[in-house]
Design a protein around this ligand. Structure first.
Ligand code: CA
Length: 388
């Protein structure tokens, strides 16, 4: 049995609720038991533009009982090669709330679900198309969709972020193909019908500037496909994310995107930076290490929490942390349960990208079963602490 499975257990005590949702949404875990207590509502920042407030209300209504939001990172990529439809289907079956799609464009402008703008790390492109090498790389947008479909996708090598390759899906085995964004949406929407669920999609626009140098516009194409499949309002089950801040601004202004936008950040942001981002985005996506920086000094049971979540919440932004890999936890984390406790209860994140959505979901279900809520409610810094 894998290491992180042993770390599971009943979570006693209470769950922290991010005030960003308690302000607006029905009670978290409101069906859990009579012990549930609605947190006192706190006002939104006075300066919050009406448009952002409306979007936040719409978002909170769609995810009111899903804290932390379980976001399947590249599908259930801890168990199957990333971004394959098989991985997405497994994430759906395991109960993820949202499934992530990284998107790049093919030479003929089709949105395909793939993490890198180059192919060589997880496909057999060098074997099939050796003459197409450019700068020692094989770029997705040098290939038509028909050509991309000939590739076989493998588990990532080297294995992701320090995970043990021997515990992941074996590399270079199986028959896995690259698929389009449309195919992923059809799969998820189809499973939503057949399984009676409403799993959301979480699209990342990859490298917009590099694309535009090839006369390709991934943002426009992604929005077109999303609209075609019914994702066009803030209360639809969708997030759009990007690392490029100017592209997030362009999505909101030039492209008039009303979908919830998440600004991805490679580095821990300053307070001033978060204030800037809050003018455009509805939330941020940050590394888990930018939120929980280690163990609290002189108190190994608790985390050393940065001010990122508190500050983001002060600006009424959601915080989604990436990437929780149960088989590759930060050095300071004793086990997955403790790491989740720290991220959710102590730091107050609203959602977590994870390679193993079932483990995070199991944690959440065990907490929901207790039917109790507890602070600290970080947003605005004055929410109540509720416990029995
Ligand atoms: Ca991503």
């Amino acid at each position: 049995m894998k290491r992180w499975i042993r770390c599971r257990g009943t979570v006693s005590g209470c769950v922290q609720v991010a005030v960003i949702l308690t302000m607006l949404a029905p009670t978290y875990y409101n069906s859990a038991s009579a012990q549930s207590t609605r947190a006192e509502q706190s006002p939104l920042p006075q300066s919050l533009p009406p448009e952002r407030k409306r979007r936040l209300q719409a978002i909170s209504q769609t995810i009111s009982n899903e804290v932390p939001l379980v976001i399947a990172h590249r599908g259930a990529s801890g168990y199957l090669p990333e971004h394959t439809t098989e991985s997405a289907a497994l994430a759906h079956a395991l109960g993820a709330d949202f499934i992530e799609q990284d998107v790049v464009l093919s030479q003929d402008g089709i949105a395909v679900v793939f993490h890198d703008v180059t192919l060589e790390k997880i496909t057999n492109v060098a074997e099939l198309f050796p003459e197409r090498r450019r700068n020692n790389r094989f770029y997705v947008f040098d290939f038509t969709l028909a050509e991309l479909r000939r590739l076989n996708i493998s588990e990532r090598f080297p294995s992701p972020a320090g995970s043990d390759a021997s515990q992941r899906f074996p590399q270079n085995t199986g028959r896995f193909q690259l698929s389009t964004l449309e195919e992923h949406l059809q799969l998820i929407q189809g499973l939503n019908v057949s399984r009676g669920r409403n799993v959301g999609i979480y699209v990342e626009i990859k490298q917009p500037k590099i694309h535009r140098a090839q006369n390709l516009d991934p943002s426009k194409e992604v929005l077109r496909v999303l609209h075609k499949y019914g994702y066009s309002h803030a209360d639809d089950r969708v997030f759009v994310q990007c690392f490029d801040e100017s592209e997030i601004l362009r999505l909101r202004t030039e492209l008039k995107c009303q979908l919830p936008l998440i600004q991805l950040l490679a580095e821990k942001p300053s307070d001033g930076h978060l204030a800037q981002i809050a003018k455009v985005a509805d939330g941020i996506g940050v590394r888990i290490a930018a939120v929980v920086e280690g163990v609290a000094p002189d108190d190994p049971e608790h985390a050393r929490v940065s001010n990122v979540v508190r500050t983001a919440h002060q600006h009424a932004m959601l915080v989604h942390a990436w990437t929780l890999r149960m088989d590759s936890l930060p050095d300071y984390a004793p086990n997955s349960k403790t790491m989740i406790d720290w991220l959710v209860r102590e730091a107050g994140v609203d959602g977590i990208f994870t390679d193993q959505p079932d483990v995070l979901l199991s944690w959440r279900q065990s907490v929901q079963a207790t039917g109790r809520l507890e602070g600290p409610f970080k947003l605005l810094g004055k929410g109540p602490s509720v416990s029995d």
